[in-house]
Design a protein around this ligand. Sequence first.
Ligand code: TYD
Length: 136
Amino acid sequence: SIDKCHIVDLPKIADSRGNLTFIEGQRHVPFDIRRVYYLYDVPGGAERGGHAHKQLSQLIVAMAGSFDIVINDGSKEKRIHLNRSYKGLYICPMIWRELDNFSSGAVCMVLASNLYDESDYYREYSTFLEAIQGKT
Ligand code: TYD
């Protein structure tokens, strides 16, 4: 459910030469990191996401700029604004997500628990809802 999704406070090594943040698998995220991808050069007004994953867990970090993530578990919905490089949003499996409100220069980095696999996606909200409701 949506309550399993939460903000992860990442370590921040503050330094007059610049700050440093790191992320370790199984420590800052409850999975082994098997893939990293990022969204960038997102045009103003564009929306990303619009799907859910059957098995995949993810951590989303605003590496630069800001954006919103709307998470939905089929019964509850929440909008989260990400704008710090030392905060991540953990998203568990079976959560519909949409990303919007990207600032100019925003970079959205995603750490994922598995390799890319199209068969792990729900691309239709109706199919996602049916799967969720079949489980309860
Ligand atoms: P998609 O997951 O729909 O993007 P987003 O959720 O950010 O809006 O992926 C867009 C396209 O990129 C789609 O054709 C699949 C491809 N893709 C890969 O090949 N590998 C990946 O790791 C990801 C995330 C996407």
